[in-house]
Design a protein around this ligand. Structure first.
Ligand SMILES: NC(=O)c1ccc[n+]([C@@H]2O[C@H](COP(=O)([O-])OP(=O)(O)OC[C@H]3O[C@@H](n4cnc5c(N)ncnc54)[C@H](OP(=O)(O)O)[C@@H]3O)[C@@H](O)[C@H]2O)c1
Length: 289
């Protein structure tokens, strides 16, 4: 399986390329893997001609599309760019994948939901994004035909890039004052080291459709941050709960209050679910320390 990875120097892309390279080098793995990772510097997915040229040159069996404009608050004031990258850019990759017969796996987000349901969101629930970022990622989903894989993920934390675990480790090294985090936004963390094998399995299976792929165990940002502080050897009582409405300054992009994702599509297709988030988060803190 020859896999083209976009966004290869982003948070998910970096660990994904590394894992694909490890599997390439593992003689006993059963399936021969070749990986071509392209960063933003190598390929701008909004340049349609470049996208088609690259895909015609590489002729991948699969494309795992991690590139995106992910600055959620900046998207509110840069809507055109958000739709260009996350919507149309995804469409260019889909067209190119179709031309060479490559299976496309697109990373999407819990932000496609408005967060008003009082139960976990199923893959079949109608999306209703509240933010420009969410609308642009949904526009990306809508460029794909049903044979593509859409993996919706949330609250992503890994060794590279920017995420809540890295932010908290940085803050507790720099100060010892109170840390205030919202306790009324509910979701599931996705730890990249658990996500990556699932992305590879989903892609190798060429299973089309929408899949919610997160670690198990709903939490709030407040509870998640308390756990991170504790795993880092700090004092979790430093973390104090606040309500989203009391955030100063308020965030430009509205966040879904409930974006807990249900995993019934993975179950229905016989995939083993990702584990509960606590242990992988602790392992990530240990690795980053
Ligand atoms: N992080 C989360 O919590 C989260 C949650 C839900 C879904 N997702 C989705 O998961 C995927 C991976 O996220 P991530 O956390 O790895 O994000 P990331 O660290 O921001 O990586 C995205 C990469 O895409 C690149 N990129 C941006 N514009 C591009 C363009 N026009 N052409 C080519 N590359 C471009 C960025 O490069 P530059 O930085 O150089 O521009 C960056 O390296 C994205 O689709 C994201 O929407 C993430």
């Amino acid at each position: 399986m020859k896999v083209l990875v976009t966004g290869a120097s982003g948070q998910v892309g970096t660990e994904l390329v590394a894992e694909l390279e490890r599997r390439r080098d593992r003689v006993s793995s059963g399936m021969a893997i070749e990986v071509v990772g392209v960063s933003h510097a190598d390929l701008d997915i909004t340049a349609q001609d470049e996208v088609i040229q690259l895909v015609r040159t590489v002729v991948p069996d699969a494309i795992i599309h991690c590139a995106a404009f992910t600055a959620v608050d900046a998207c509110e004031s840069e809507a055109e760019k958000a739709f260009e990258v996350n919507g149309r850019g995804t469409g260019y990759l889909a067209e190119a994948a179709d031309e060479v017969g490559a299976h496309l796996c697109y990373l999407s987000t819990d932000y496609v939901f408005d967060g008003t349901l009082d139960r976990p969101y199923r893959e079949t629930d109608p999306p209703n994004p509240m933010s420009v970022y969410g609308r642009s990622k949904l526009a990306g989903e809508q460029t794909l035909d049903p044979s593509s894989t859409i993996a919706r993920i949330s609250w992503v934390c890994g060794r590279y890039g920017n995420n809540m675990v890295k932010t908290i480790l940085r803050i507790i090294d720099q100060s010892d004052g109170p840390l205030r985090f919202v306790d009324d936004q509910h979701g599931c963390p996705t730890i990249v080291s658990d996500l990556v094998p699932m992305l590879i399995d989903l892609t190798a299976s060429r299973q089309g459709g929408i899949f919610h792929v997160t670690n198990q165990g709903p939490t709030t940002w407040y509870e998640f941050v308390r756990a991170i502080v504790e795993y880092a050897g700090g004092d979790p009582t430093r973390v104090e709960p606040i309500a989203t409405k009391d955030l100063v300054p308020p965030r430009p992009a509205p966040r879904p209050m409930n974006s807990v994702l249900d995993h019934q599509a993975l179950v229905a297709h016989g995939f083993t679910l990702l584990p509960d988030w606590h242990e992988p988060t602790q392992a990530l803190v240990r690795a980053l320390r």
